[in-house]
Design a protein around this ligand. Structure first.
Ligand code: NIG
Ligand code: FE
Length: 415
């Protein structure tokens, strides 16, 4: 068969038990923020699905004849789920990064025709095979670091054909076995062809591009997204994009309240979005509305760091209001050129002031929830048998030994 991308692959299509583990750490779909640290654990799987998890001494007799995988004293965890990436783009913006260090702001770069527009030029110039090759390289990096499923957006084409090439590249990556959910995002910025005509662009995307792209690439995208921000799109323009997407079967996600509050959090609640992302400046009313509507706030602390901003999203307030937050990378060339799930976990603890249990759950169970994937982000019965094996004394070491680039062994059937 085809070469597997990385890691030790153990087929779990007959009964298999991972044993000799130091422990297993997992969130529990039945308890919103609870994390169980099960010492001397065993995990039994059949047909690619977890059947049982618990202390090894309690392993049901039904699995006594199963094939065993030696956990070699490691800690098992579910794979990380990354619910916000801009996986496919051409070029990079390292020169802009240094301009920012010299004092030019992200907004100024954009106003000068750089920023997203620069990446749009490079992405429009890329062929589908080039995009697929870039995507595979990045997906291998994610996987090596423990991210086994991710959401990936279009949004650097900003014209019908280029957005279509991004969808085609995502479809090809999926056909190669990569575990992806795709989000259609032509309203990521105003393309140069529509300068000064945001309303006309929104009408074109909602009325023509979204339906045409869904017709040309059926089943590829399952979400839609829009950048609601001062100087980009207003909440009412965002609503038009998300409502037209919804009519086509695309579930709304939204880039909201990243640099100031323009009602993005409120909009996410009003349209029943699966997630609202960034939210550094979400209003109190917006936070309450998200909690009530069951929107998953998806926080991107590596972006706050990369942008050199001091205001991290108000995660504690969101949890106090009853939100189930997720954490994500936001990997993109302008505001977070970073594939590092452990950095996100660490920033979650140290800057968003989450407990380890909260940050871990936000990177697994709640991330999967925002993607409507009840089979991901945990290791309870019914979960996909997609397991990371960490060579650590305890899962807390992943945060505590802050500078250590731990790489898990990946036990995954690449589904
Ligand atoms: O999520 N905020 C909008 N989009 C990206 C940044 C895109 C870019 O700078 O290329 C983000 O941060
Ligand atoms: Fe983003």
């Amino acid at each position: 068969g085809r070469a597997r991308p990385h890691g030790i692959m153990v087929p779990m299509d007959t009964s298999t038990v991972i044993t000799n583990l130091k422990g297993a750490v997992t969130s529990d779909p039945a308890r919103p923020w609870a994390v169980d640290f099960i010492e001397d654990a065993a995990i039994a799987a059949r047909g690619g699905t977890v059947q049982w998890i618990g202390p090894r001494r309690d392993l049901p007799a039904a699995f006594s004849g199963a094939k065993t995988v030696d956990g070699r004293g490691r800690w098992a965890s579910p794979g990380f789920v990354d619910p916000h990436t801009h996986l496919l783009f051409g070029g990079d913006r390292s020169h802009e990064f240094n301009k920012r260090l010299h004092g030019v702001t992200y907004a100024q770069l954009a106003a000068e025709g750089g920023g997203i527009r620069e990446t749009v030029r490079a992405t429009r110039a890329a062929t589908v095979p080039e995009l697929v090759a870039l995507g595979e390289e990045r997906l291998r990096s994610y996987r090596r670091k423990g991210v086994l499923h991710l959401e990936a957006k279009t949004g650097y084409g900003l014209e019908l054909e280029a957005e279509g090439r991004l969808l085609e590249a995502y479809a090809q990556l999926r056909a190669r076995g990569w575990s992806l959910d795709v989000t259609l995002m032509p309203a990521h910025d105003l393309p140069p062809e529509f300068t000064g005509e945001a309303d006309r662009y929104i009408a074109e995307v909602a009325g023509a591009w979204q339906p045409e792209l869904v017709r040309r690439h059926p089943g590829v995208a399952s979400f839609c997204d829009v950048f609601v921000e001062k100087g980009v799109f207003t909440a009412s323009q965002g609503r038009a994009i998300l409502e037209s997407g919804r009519r086509l079967g695309l579930k709304p996600r939204i880039h909201a309240d990243e640099f100031c509050s323009t009602g993005g959090a409120e909009l996410s609640a009003a349209v029943g979005a699966s997630s609202a992302d960034h939210l550094m400046f979400a209003s109190d009313a917006g936070i309450r509305a998200m909690a009530e509507a069951g929107v998953t706030p998806t926080l991107l602390p590596a972006t706050t760091l990369f942008l050199g901003m001091k205001d991290y999203a108000p995660a504690r307030k969101m949890i106090a209001e009853g939100c189930r937050i997720a954490l994500a990378s936001d990997f993109n060339p302008g505001s977070c050129a970073c594939i590092d799930p452990l950095l996100v976990l660490r920033l979650g603890c140290l800057q968003l002031r989450l407990t380890f249990e909260e940050a871990f759950t936000a990177m697994t169970l709640h991330a999967a929830r925002s993607l409507d994937r009840p089979d991901l982000g945990h290791l309870h019965p019914g979960a996909g048998a997609r397991v990371l094996l960490w060579d650590v004394k305890h899962p807390l070491d992943l945060v505590y030994w802050m500078g250590e680039a731990f790489l898990p062994e990946v036990q995954d059937s690449m589904n």
